[in-house]
Write a new protein. Structure first.
Length: 561
């Protein structure tokens, strides 16, 4: 008959067809627990840096730090540039005003060298204020003029002043820390400064020594002459590291040409950053990849990254080769963009350093020097990268080993834990209730309950009960009800009286579904399911679903015979 298959399905599995066994459920729960614990421990150790990150992740961390540092460099250097341009504009106006009171123009200042000391002295306060405001190590103003035009070196000797801060750790600025390196002694005397040990009256722009190059003066002045009418911010020039004095500290400077109202350059002014100030400008790099990371800021050209113009930022740069290297070279960019480049000094040995570099923008888009390239490079010893990567893979291997061990252990412990329960249930199905105890309190209590209530069906079973009790269906070889006295003919006839909707609910019940599940399957409300229940029980002349299944069981046995 039609009922044979669904009734047999209900007997074989009154619960969800895809439900897991007790063993599998326990195994899965243990695996999830172990996996969660290991992932949590591994994540904490990774975040705290106790486990090194992997190579590609290290690349991203270094690249982010490099990009952030490059942006910070650009912003700080932009502030220095803007303040220098502002100083140049103020000096231009002040010079013209002071000379106009004497009936002179700026172009005529060369012919009146006796006025240079007075004119320059009036600009000292502005210059020192710009230095304090920008928080740099020095300021200078030089004019295309000399106090003694009759000297043989007068063509290269430039009148002006160069003030430096000899104690960068003293904040705010104090006159006790300011020294006059170049300029009239009266400037130092009137402003409470000291003369530098290498003090000179004027600056010699004809010096040919590379470390004392005069780019900061000659290049912006020549650019202003070639680009008459250009805005000052587009004429400003960043000079690589040079020595303002023979034995002084190296510094890099931003200089802007001084231009009169007719666009004719007559000198330069600028702000300098000594190497000591440069190291204060940026915090040392911090990286989980290596404690010896170095940030290298320098100009770059077709030959490579210039080491003579380079500024270093690091707490530990002792691993770098000694001075005397002209250029830092690098291999071609790797095919995998997210990977480190190799850097080296000697072409014959292309190993030793790994890192990244990025361009730092120092000039505005319309600057006459916009094609000059400055780069910020992050360098680490290659051995550190290899060591960290090796440690990272060891950590991953340890994690996978522990996870595998945990899964295997979970498998065997779950089987051992559930095995007594499964064996007892199998014995009950095969031989009936066992006489001896299993020593599992819950199972022994359940067996004792079955002995005291051997074959009584569960009472007061609601129509929407979540599950049908196993006691509602007789065990193999036992007859809790007198099935021979059950009138199956009437039961079978009543099946034909069920409506289509009632028959759908009936078929789902005997398959083991609950009322809530039926409402979802048929897309009807739970109240509608309950209404169908009442009608089904009335038509089939039964009082509960348990009793209904007894008739179904009897009918199934007849069909099998």
């Amino acid at each position: 008959m039609k009922l044979a298959k669904p009734i047999e399905g209900a007997r074989n599995n009154l619960f969800n067809f895809h439900s897991l066994s007790l063993k599998d459920r326990l195994w899965v729960l243990q695996i999830l627990l172990i996996f969660t614990l290991l992932i949590s421990i591994f994540s904490v150790l990774l975040i705290t840096g106790m486990i090194p990150v992997f190579h590609d992740t290290s690349y991203m961390l270094v690249k982010k730090q490099l990009d952030d540092s490059a942006m910070e460099f650009s912003q700080k250097y932009a502030v220095i540039s803007a303040n220098t341009v502002e100083l140049a504009e103020r000096i231009n106006k002040s010079m013209e005003k002071n000379l106009a009171t004497r009936g002179l123009t700026i172009s005529e200042l060369k012919s009146h060298p006796q006025l240079l000391e007075t004119i320059l002295g009036r600009e000292v306060e502005k210059a020192v204020f710009a230095m304090q405001k920008t928080n740099v190590s020095g300021v200078f103003v030089f004019l295309d003029a000399t106090v003694n035009p009759n000297l043989s070196q007068a063509r290269d000797s430039k009148a002006g002043f160069y003030i430096i801060d000899m104690d960068p750790n003293v904040m705010p600025y104090s006159s006790d820390a300011l020294f006059l390196l170049y300029g009239p002694p009266a400037i130092a005397r009137e402003n409470g400064m000291y003369l530098h040990t290498e003090w000179e009256l004027e600056y010699d722009t004809g010096i040919q020594k590379e470390e004392r190059r005069t780019d900061f003066y000659q290049i912006p002045l020549a650019a202003a002459a070639r680009n008459k009418g250009a805005e000052l911010q587009n004429l400003g020039y960043w000079s690589p590291f040079f020595k303002p004095a023979e034995h002084g500290e190296q510094a890099m400077a931003f200089s802007v040409p001084l231009v009169d109202q007719h666009g004719i350059p007559y000198g330069v002014c600028g702000l300098e950053i000594s190497r000591t100030f440069f190291e204060k400008l940026m915090p040392p790099p911090v990286s989980s990849l290596s404690d010896e990371m170095v940030l290298l800021f320098s100009s770059s050209d077709a030959k490579g990254i210039s080491m003579k113009n380079a500024g270093l930022i690091s707490d530990n740069s002792g691993w770098l080769p000694e001075d005397g290297q002209d250029y830092l070279l690098s291999t071609d960019p790797p095919k995998n963009k997210e990977n480190f480049k190799q850097y080296y000094f000697d072409v014959s040995s292309q190993s030793g350093m790994l890192g990244l570099d990025t361009t730092v923008s120092l000039y505005p888009s319309k600057s006459v020097y916009k094609d000059e390239k400055w780069v910020l490079t992050a360098l680490v010893p290659q051995t550190d990268v290899e060591k960290k990567t090796h440690q990272a893979y060891l950590a991953l291997a340890a994690f996978l080993s522990l996870l595998t061990l945990g899964i295997v252990a979970s498998y065997y412990t779950s089987r051992h834990y559930v095995e007594p329960i499964v064996n007892t249930l199998n014995k009950i199905k095969e031989c009936g209730l066992p006489a001896s105890k299993t020593n599992i309190p819950e199972i022994d209590d359940f067996i004792e309950f079955l002995k005291q209530h051997p074959y009584e069906p569960t009472k007061n079973v609601r129509a929407d009960t979540a599950m049908v009790s196993e006691q509602a269906v007789p065990m193999a070889g036992q007859t809790p009800w007198d099935l021979d006295k059950i009138p199956l003919t009437e039961f079978t006839q009543q099946l034909e009286t069920l409506s289509r909707a009632e028959r759908e609910v009936f078929d789902l019940y005997i398959k083991g579904h609950t009322a809530k599940e039926i409402s979802k399957i048929l897309f009807i409300s739970i109240n509608t399911v309950k209404s169908h229940n009442k009608k089904i029980y009335a038509k089939m002349n039964v009082s509960s679903r348990a009793e209904l299944l007894v008739y179904c069981y009897k009918l199934m046995l007849e069909n099998q015979e």
